[in-house]
Unconditional design. Structure first.
Length: 160
């Protein structure tokens, strides 16, 4: 019987790994996870030179040209409705700012021409501002003959 008890005790020891072995395996597992995460993070930042491409695509110097407010009579049979709008033009570089200053009367004429054809209902719609920005951006760039303006911001919009 004593021999059977010894054999059972030895089997229990074989089945249960020691606490030191479990701790060692746990530390190795955590180390592997940390190492794999680090490798993935490093590879995702270098992913085919994406960092260099992002630097080339981002503008070196973005210029915002603020215009004075423009008041326009809306296309309304009563003739009593108007729109006051102030725009800021995002230019691709500093050189374009001088060209915009020279062509500001032409740009204002385009803005007044586009906005004076709008009805009060058109300018009060939720998507009206985005539609106006898109239309003005297209017409201003076509009038200047190049993609001088990259975006238009509406900084004031009052309908009366």
């Amino acid at each position: 019987m004593a021999e059977e008890k010894k054999e059972e005790a030895q089997e229990k020891e074989v089945k249960k790994p020691s606490k030191k072995k479990l701790l060692f395996l746990l530390i190795i597992g955590i180390g592997i996870i940390i190492l794999a995460g680090s490798v993935i993070a490093v590879l995702s930042t270098f992913k085919g030179g994406g960092g260099e491409k992002a630097k080339e695509k981002s503008p070196k110097e973005v210029v915002i040209y603020s215009m004075e407010p423009i008041v326009v009579n809306l296309f309304d049979p009563t003739g009593k409705r108007y729109l006051q709008i102030r725009l800021a033009l995002e230019l691709k570089d500093k050189k374009m700012e001088e060209e915009i200053k020279i062509n500001e009367p032409k740009i204002k004429d385009i803005i007044i021409g586009v906005l004076s054809t709008k009805t009060p209902e058109e300018v009060l719609q939720p998507e009206a501002k985005n539609l106006i920005k898109t239309e003005l951006l297209q017409k201003i760039n076509s009038a200047l003959g190049e993609e001088a303006v990259s975006n238009i911001y509406i900084t004031q919009y009052i309908v009366e």
